[in-house]
Design a protein around this ligand. Structure first.
Ligand SMILES: [Zn+2]
Length: 317
């Protein structure tokens, strides 16, 4: 079990990096959502692999605080939260969410929303931190969809802005699916730069315009993908964010069940290295969150997320 909980001991924006990367994780992320393409067991598999194969130890793992309903309300409408809390979403709303709605599921996703906030606090203190969870970018202010109940990244941004911990933020969303919820939430907000590189003709059909959207054709390979990423990163950095969120989705993988982008594991690792290196070179704190990943073999999804964290460890050293 992870030992540390809550906030970093020295929560000071811009302070120097700590010697060890923090992983934010809870065993309670193994949320029972029934038979589903989204296998929540990936989270503890990633956690277990990291502890077994790297120098990370239990003391490097932080258990998050659950996001409060007030924190969630900084992003989500009262009407939506009331229905989620009372488990009274309509049948149509549950179909759109593509998750069952039970009290343990609500609590699990509320905990994961807190996890992204906890990770962001460690990032501000240490320069980089990783959430073995989060990245629920299809959640809008007034509804959830596509396995996303709460928009954890937006909640973290709003809590930190309320605390004056950040002012200008960027979201680099490299999940294979467009970050529609995040784009809609920040469509009119010049302080939050949203960049999404995704498969154009895939879910979601409605893609609200983000700050920088790059829609790729099915079959895009490593070379073409990395070329597009190179064109995007300068625009993100030009926004001069004081915090960057990186949604390191594993679903642009060539054997993913919900995507048709053909990145290899080596290509995904190069993608991660490029994002991590660019943000490090700019001296900006980075929050890494897992986001999607639905490979035919769960072990492939775990491999890809683990590789992201290995690259984060390499950057941090
Ligand atoms: Zn996805």
């Amino acid at each position: 079990m992870p030992r540390q909980t809550g906030r970093p001991p020295e929560f000071t924006a811009g302070s120097s990096r700590s010697p060890a990367l923090k992983l934010v994780f809870s065993p309670r992320y193994a949320i029972d959502i029934g038979p589903h393409v989204f296998l929540t067991e990936k989270y503890h598999r990633i956690h277990d692999r990291m502890l077994a194969t790297t120098h990370l130890v239990l003391d490097d793992v932080v258990v998050p605080e659950t996001a409060s309903w007030d924190q969630l309300a900084l992003v989500h409408t009262d009407d939506y939260l009331d229905k989620v809390r009372a488990l009274t979403l309509s049948f149509a709303e549950i179909l759109e969410l593509e998750l069952p709605l039970t009290a343990p599921i609500v609590e699990g996703f509320r905990l994961m929303a807190g996890g992204t906030l906890t990770t962001a606090r460690f990032s501000l203190a240490d320069g980089i931190a990783v959430h073995v969870g989060g990245g629920f970018h299809h959640a809008f202010a007034n509804h959830g969809e596509g396995f996303c109940l709460f928009n954890d990244v937006a909640v973290a941004i709003e809590v930190l802005r309320l605390e004056d911990a950040v002012s200008c933020v960027a979201v680099v969303d490299l999940d294979v699916h467009h970050g529609n919820g995040t784009a809609m939430i920040y469509g009119q907000d010049p302080a939050v730069f949203t960049c999404s590189i995704h498969e154009q003709h895939n879910y979601p059909v409605f893609k609200p315009r983000g700050s920088l959207d790059i829609g790729l054709p099915a079959g895009t390979d490593d070379t073409r993908y990395l070329e597009k990423l190179e064109t995007a990163l300068p625009s993100v950095m030009a926004h001069a964010p004081d915090l960057v969120f990186y949604l390191a989705g594993a679903d642009p993988f060539e054997d993913d069940q919900l995507g048709n982008i053909n990145l290899t594991k080596a290509g995904l690792r190069r993608r991660d290295r490029r994002v991590l290196g660019a943000v490090r070179d700019a001296g900006i704190p980075l929050v890494v969150v897992a986001a999607g990943g639905y490979a035919r073999q769960l072990t492939d999804t775990v491999d890809i997320h683990v590789a992201t964290i290995e690259e984060a460890l390499a950057v941090e050293q």
